[in-house]
Ligand binder design. Structure first.
Ligand code: MN
Length: 357
């Protein structure tokens, strides 16, 4: 297992590589080129400069999150082939700087959704929260406006302005696509890119839908054990894998996260893990708690043990954290709480490792 930390390159982060290198046990960063519009090739010169910048701090850049999928690919439009070609070209360039894993998602139009970006908690910290009733009663454009207002000027991954510009038009296009057709569009993408993933030795790791149920009547597919199985069976190459995000999948209480990890990590199909905890408030309402088991609703020991027991050799990053100690910045991506999350995960891993000998 290698511990990594998400860092927004290109001036999009107030957290520095100098700070990240001082977090105990951190092997590298997970990053992306946020300024390149979806569907365009990531230039090799930019990637080489990025690698140099990161390696100057003794950190690796082996995981990219995310290379986003153009809506035309998700929608299965005729123009998808040119965007798939660009995707393959980007994969090739990433392989040349030593990238091993690409995280992406196949959520229509909108990425993750929360109703609040800075819910105050009783200890004075604040965190992201999800209230189902609120999401049911708001239209996507208004939600995007709300998220924009709360984001403190930071571009949020998944809510990039170029994605939101034509949101209502794109959402309309999805209305005519059945779930069955959507799965076919995923398979078309996988069958086109996976042979190149093998050739360039880059593993693709799809991120689950967040939350793992339909919102705004848009299809959601990577939501459960059964659907992950269906997804992995679309293309059985080990290069076709998943990013196991405990918080996204775990928002549905029917998802037994340690069991899902054991099954798919045991088959070598989990290449990347996002580990975080949630605190449920009611059936579908939750806030993102500190990583410790006692702070949330998940058994983090069982989660880490499931990875350990299946000889997980991929990458783990602490996922979202709260804002603590007066820190401000991009929601979910402060320095302090995520750093403590990473150290906690390391502690669990070391204890399990030593107890297992
Ligand atoms: Mn995640």
């Amino acid at each position: 297992m290698k511990m990594v930390f998400r860092w927004f390159a290109g001036g999009y982060d107030k957290i520095t590589l100098e700070q990240i290198r001082q977090i105990p046990g951190m092997s590298g960063v997970v990053t992306s080129l946020l300024d390149i519009p979806v569907g365009e090739v990531w230039p090799l010169e930019r990637l080489e400069a990025l690698k140099k910048e990161i390696e100057n701090y003794g950190l690796e850049v082996e995981v990219i999150e995310s290379v986003n999928i153009h809506e035309d690919i998700k929608l299965g439009e005729k123009t998808r082939d040119k965007y798939i070609e660009a995707y393959i070209e980007t994969m090739k360039n990433l392989s040349q700087i030593g990238v091993k894993v690409i995280c992406y998602n196949f959520m229509p139009v909108l990425d993750w959704a929360r109703s609040e970006l800075a819910r105050p908690l009783s200890d004075g910290s604040n965190t992201m929260a999800y209230k189902h009733e609120h999401i049911l009663n708001i239209d996507p454009q208004n939600l995007a406006n709300e998220v924009g207002k709360q984001s403190g000027g930071f571009e949020l991954p998944g809510w990039e302005p170029d994605r939101l510009k034509e949101m209502s038009i794109t959402i309309d296009k999805y209305r005519s696509i059945s779930e069955d057709q959507y799965w076919k569009n995923i398979k078309y993408f996988l069958d086109s890119v996976i042979p190149y993933a093998e050739k360039y030795d880059i593993k693709l790791a799809i991120h689950p839908d967040d939350p793992p149920w339909p919102i705004f009547n848009l299809v959601r597919v990577i939501t459960s054990r059964d659907n992950i199985r269906k997804f992995l069976d679309l293309n059985k190459s080990p290069y076709n894998g998943v990013t196991l995000c405990t918080g996204s999948l775990g928002a549905n209480k029917n998802n037994d996260i340690p069991a899902i990890i054991r099954e798919f990590s045991g088959e070598g199909r989990v290449h990347f893990a996002h580990i975080r905890n949630l605190k449920f408030e009611s059936n579908k309402d939750f806030y993102e708690s500190a990583h410790l088991s006692r702070c949330g609703s998940f058994d983090m020991f069982e989660i880490v043990k499931a990875f350990y027991d299946t000889d997980f050799t991929g990458y783990i990053r602490p996922d979202h954290g709260r804002m603590i100690w007066g820190e401000t910045g991009r929601a979910g991506y402060g320095l302090y709480d995520r750093a403590m999350g990473a150290t906690y995960i390391h502690g669990l891993w070391e204890a399990i490792d030593k107890m297992s000998r």
